[in-house]
Design a protein around this ligand. Structure first.
Ligand code: MAN
Length: 193
């Protein structure tokens, strides 16, 4: 007591003001660490995005984040371009992830083109692959292939579950109207010179 009053030992007042300074410093550290984590996450997201395949002319980059959906059977299916595919029960309940976007690839298809032109027809088409969706009970993680043909607007034409938890969507979009893998769809034929 006497030593404290004489200023020889630190009393409570000084001890608490010192610990406040330490507490403030710790707080600044923790704020900086949080900011650093956020920054690292953003950096990783941007790096991952640059690695993603948006096609040779990157027209699909513009579609990213836009979604189209279609009711089929007991589900509503949704395609969010370059992001994910989802299945929602029409009777309520949660959404089921049918895969996250991984890459584009060319596929060869052979189907009768419906009279309204809303089909993928036959020939080479661009397809988007979505993988690592929600795990299927006793089966694989859900995945989706989205096969595209030229159309005047984005539209899901048909959805099928080819095998358990392996889905296939046929989709019309203007995004594939100018490429070599142009679908028949409703677009005018290209002039051959
Ligand atoms: C859900 C849906 C179906 C799938 C089954 C598998 O009901 O995702 O498409 O076939 O799960 O258990």
């Amino acid at each position: 007591m006497t030593l404290i009053e004489n200023g020889i030992l630190a009393g409570n007042k000084e001890a608490s003001s010192e610990s406040k300074a330490v507490a403030d410093a710790k707080k600044r550290l923790s704020t900086a660490q949080t900011e650093l984590r956020k920054g690292r996450k953003a950096l990783k997201d941007h790096e991952d995005d640059l690695e993603k395949d948006y096609g040779s002319d990157e027209v699909f980059r513009a579609l990213k984040g836009q979604c189209v959906s279609q009711e089929s059977g007991e589900y509503t299916y949704e395609l969010c371009w370059m992001e994910k595919t989802t299945q929602k029960s029409r009777k309520g309940g949660g959404n089921t992830g049918m895969g996250n976007y991984v890459r584009m690839e060319k596929v060869t298809v052979d189907e009768d083109l419906p009279s309204d032109g809303k089909g993928i027809g036959s020939g080479e088409r661009w397809a988007l692959k979505f993988e690592n969706g929600q795990q299927c009970w006793n089966g694989p993680a859900r995945s989706t292939i989205v096969i595209m043909a030229c159309a005047d607007k984005d539209e899901v034409w048909k959805v099928a579950e080819q095998e358990k938890c392996v889905y296939r969507m046929e989709v019309g979009t203007p995004a594939v109207c100018d490429g070599p893998a142009q679908g028949k769809g409703s677009a005018p034929p290209k002039d051959e010179l």
